[in-house]
Write a protein that binds this ligand. Structure first.
Ligand code: MG
Length: 162
């Protein structure tokens, strides 16, 4: 059985925060505001995986009112999402995601992000594809107010025979 999931997230860009995307610290004048490390890419991926498994969303599993998640690395939460997926008998097929940001340039970090995400999900790097785009200066991402991310995932019911 094959199931598809979709995730979307946005965080505001502010001064005085580190910019973490895909578990990679990226040098930039601003970072994303949020209760956790505000890794907008990983948040979108987690929602895509939870959605595919019919397991709700990250707000349900990791509420931003819970002090345990203050400043936490989203990569740790991604590993927990994998455990939730595992517990429901699914394995990750592949993930495709896009980061929507006017700046900084992200091309040099894609491999690191894909490696972090693949390791967290116990899957091969070829199953993880991260892209980035600008919006040609349009909208909240275009003027640098925030960064958005969209992700899709496919998961399979683990037959236990493989
Ligand atoms: Mg978020």
């Amino acid at each position: 059985m094959v199931r598809i999931g979709f995730g979307y997230d946005v965080h505001r860009l502010v001064e005085g925060r580190e910019l973490i995307l895909g578990g990679v610290e990226i040098p930039y004048a601003k970072g994303l505001a949020g209760h956790s490390d505000a890794d907008v890419l990983v948040h979108a991926i987690m929602d895509a995986l939870l959605g595919a498994a019919g397991a709700g969303d990250i707000g349900r599993h990791f509420p931003d009112t819970d002090p345990r998640y203050k400043g936490i690395s989203s990569i740790i939460l991604l590993k927990r999402v994998r455990e939730i997926i595992d517990g429901r008998g699914y394995i990750v097929g592949n993930i495709d995601a896009v980061i929507v940001a006017q700046a900084p340039k992200l091309a040099g970090y894609m491999g690191l992000m894909e490696g972090n995400i693949a390791r967290s999900l116990n899957t091969d790097m070829e199953n993880i594809n991260i892209k980035a785009t600008t919006t040609e200066g349009l909208g909240f991402t275009g003027i640098g107010e925030g960064i958005a991310s969209y992700a899709t995932s496919i998961i399979f019911k683990n037959s236990g025979k493989s």
